[in-house]
Design a protein around this ligand. Structure first.
Ligand code: HOZ
Length: 437
């Protein structure tokens, strides 16, 4: 069961945060972690085990952040730990090819029919940045279309009306990006096909690519409307534009073959990350050989990395993907996700708070907004102050959620029925608290 709110100590986390702030900007290495979107002091994590996080004060939390998506098997899964241990014993980095990279590449290509060849990098940001470069080189065009509230890492040209921490902290378009670079990005609304068509017509022959999360996950979870992804595919084909699907979150999360399998859509270039590194730093981008062969050394498009295809990350990723192949994994994630989603909706109704749940399998967001949430405008129309109160009430009851109203909540294979029940119970109480103001 979740812990009663009053029993938590937080002194050690508070002291560690103060210490960190003296030497690390904001005390964190990624902004949204600093709790700026919800207020208060971040909990410093001491360890994770299965579905649980333990903080520096010894509090236990049911974890629904899952390191922002990678930990679909939960923390310190023995299969992943053993794979990392075995790889580390043989050396942690060589800057030379290893067999494990080919094995993970074969697994990725096997599950994503649109990917014939894949290049591993060290983060999702590197994956999207490199995919854009390749798309621009292949088409000889400069412009890229992205959705308002879409987040594709902190690539200069993609930090325009970006979601995730950028929206949470109110800097969706950051200083430091030259106007000329930001000017290569054209914004549309998520789920707005006519908007995309209008841009493609207005900039005929100039748009290299559309980059989109097939299920938006960084302005909260937003589902693609019926026909949206197929429509993007059709528009791209008509206008000679490449479709880049950012499956950094959805890849191996919503199905082994990602959103492309779930929705029957084909990307020209796919960006991956998170789960394929099993919790270690990784990214990847892939597509048909005719595109990927334009990369150096076979082609002229340059991209490189000392730690690309790192043996520990490859081993952790392969162990994770292999574990996900076991029968019943995705049906169970769907069952737990459905139970959690339905429980949250019921809890909100009982507490009398406006609430809309968007869910695909084991990723979801509950918006404190009575109306359907289909794009950035409707996602940010929710009650962020209510979320902040709810977040702290949940934290106090031992449930760890993203410290932002604009992120996803995840279920992992380590969650038990009892964990889901405990989260739902805590949510019911916390929503009542949040509703009091
Ligand atoms: N951009 C991540 C969420 N979508 C946050 C990463 C982090 O703070 O660790």
């Amino acid at each position: 069961m979740s812990q009663p709110q009053s029993k938590q100590k937080t002194e050690r986390s508070a002291a560690l945060f103060e210490q960190a702030r003296r030497v690390i900007p904001g005390g964190v290495d990624s902004p949204v972690r600093a709790f700026g979107g919800v207020g208060g002091t971040p909990r410093f994590v001491a360890r994770g085990q299965g579905a649980y996080l333990f903080d520096a004060d010894g509090n236990r939390y049911i974890d629904h952040v899952s390191s922002w998506g990678p930990l679909i098997l939960g923390h310190a899964d023995p299969r992943v730990v053993e794979a990392i241990r075995a790889a580390a014993a043989n050396g942690s980095s060589f800057g030379a090819p290893t067999e494990m990279e080919t094995k993970l590449a074969e697994a990725v290509c096997g599950f994503f029919p649109s990917i014939e060849k894949v290049r591993f990098v060290s983060s999702g940001t590197e994956a999207t940045m490199s995919a854009l470069r390749l798309a621009r080189a292949a088409t000889g065009r400069d412009l890229v279309i992205k959705a308002r509230g879409g987040y594709h890492g902190h690539v200069d040209s993609l930090l325009v009306q970006a979601g995730s921490g950028a929206t949470t902290l109110g800097v969706p378009s950051t200083p430091g990006v030259p106007a000329a670079v930001a000017g290569t990005t054209v914004l549309v609304n998520y789920n707005d096909l006519p908007g995309v068509e209008a841009v493609l017509k207005a900039h005929a022959g100039q748009v290299a690519a559309i980059i989109v999360e097939p299920v938006a996950g960084n302005m909260g979870v937003i589902l693609p409307a019926k026909g949206y992804l197929a429509g993007l595919r059709r528009l791209c084909d008509t206008h000679g534009t490449l479709l880049i699907l950012d499956e950094v979150i959805t890849g191996f999360r919503v199905a082994l073959g990602g959103a492309q399998e779930l929705y029957g859509v084909r990307a020209d270039l796919t960006c991956l990350g998170k789960i394929i590194g099993g919790g270690l730093p990784v990214g990847a981008y892939g597509g048909p050989a005719k595109l990927m062969d334009q990369l150096a050394p076979d082609g002229p498009v340059y991209q490189a990395g000392t730690l690309s295809g790192n043996p520990l990350a490859m081993a952790a990723g392969l162990a994770t993907v292999n574990a996900l192949k076991a029968p019943g994994v995705y049906p169970r994630l769907e069952m737990l996700g459905r139970r959690l989603g339905e429980g949250l909706v019921a809890a909100a109704a009982a507490a009398g708070v406006p609430f809309t749940l968007n869910r695909v399998g084991s990723m979801m967001t509950g918006f404190f907004n009575a109306k359907p949430v289909t794009d950035y405008a409707t996602a940010t129309a929710g009650d962020a102050k209510m979320y902040a109160r709810y977040f702290h009430a949940m934290l106090g009851r031992g449930v760890y959620l993203a410290p932002s109203a604009y992120e996803a909540m995840f279920v992992c294979t380590a969650h038990t029925d009892a964990d889901i029940e405990a989260t739902v119970f805590a949510a019911g109480e916390s929503m009542k608290d949040a509703a009091k103001g």
